[in-house]
Design a protein. Sequence first.
Length: 383
Amino acid sequence: MSAWRPSATVGVVGGGQLARMTQQAAIDLGIELRVLARGGEDAAASVSSLTTYGEPDSLNDLRRLAEACDVLTFDHELVPNRHLLQLESEGHNLQPRPRAKLLAQDKLHAREFMRDSEFPVPEFAPVRSPRDVETFAERCGWPLMLKRRSGGYDGRGVRVLADPRAADEVAYGDGQWIAEALVPIEIEASQVVVRARGGEVAAYPLVRTIQRDGICVETVAPAGVSPELAGRCRDLAIEIAGRIEAVGVMAVELFVTARGELLVNELALRPHNTGHFTIEGCETSQFENHLRAVLGWPLGPTWPLAPAVAMRNLIGSGFNEPSERVGAALRVPGAHLHLYGKEPAPGRKLGHVTALAEEAEEALRKCRETIEILQPEEVPWAP
């Protein structure tokens, strides 16, 4: 009797919840998934027996994983692009390729590329001193945004500067900041697309995102915008994916201004929090399609399975252990709970809930009810 052989071996740099959910998709396709995790407490390490322990900024650790896999992909941006370029030069298969990945790793590089490619972005400028910020403010006004070029997520590395006094309080020594005009946002949205190695592209439904303290709290589809605007978002994301030759899932975070302008905020070239609704909400999840894409396999259909689907993140408060109330939370009909196996901590994403319904508000209600059961000490919050 011959031993079982996987259909493919995929390596994922990062052992977080994205790798954990990719593992679930890999099982159904007979894919052997190997993850590079920092330690056994990482979300994916607890569900994968094929875990390589190491650091994402270590070329040797990255090479060790790449040598064991058919293709290397990612669940975060925190890996030096120069290491990715070195691995690519050695003949390893990285998807997305380092040139495209850099657009998700360096905000200044991404802004300059978008501007030069005539994609719409907010006004911006690199800044190294309070005087640089004041010069930018003379053109775009106060208040303004200050963002780190790399490493920022979930509200980290982002500041709102109200006036020159606030600009004086920033340490600019490393030169890793960009100033950006404060945009009058009407709606924040995310367009998730997936592009295969052969150029095949598919788009998921546009979602409206609800943010709190810089963290995405909820997503809902349909996004509540006109079909014309939804089409513009889809076409813009597909055009960007083609221009940068993205491979795999790409999320384009978008601002819709009060005047109806569409602006690109950020790119993520990997499965994304705003695509979690696709697990129950679409014919093929973002995680399965990411695996298909990086392996050069045909993409699965992305159509929605219900008129409305919502997702709400379970964000740690520091006051309770949500896993103690799973049984009670499962009483909410139609709600789907995903826990990541992470130690509770304030501001940490511990899981998410999705729900399908005939109307968006009903889907959101199911998600909120489930979260309130899991976190009874929390004051219920709704946009």
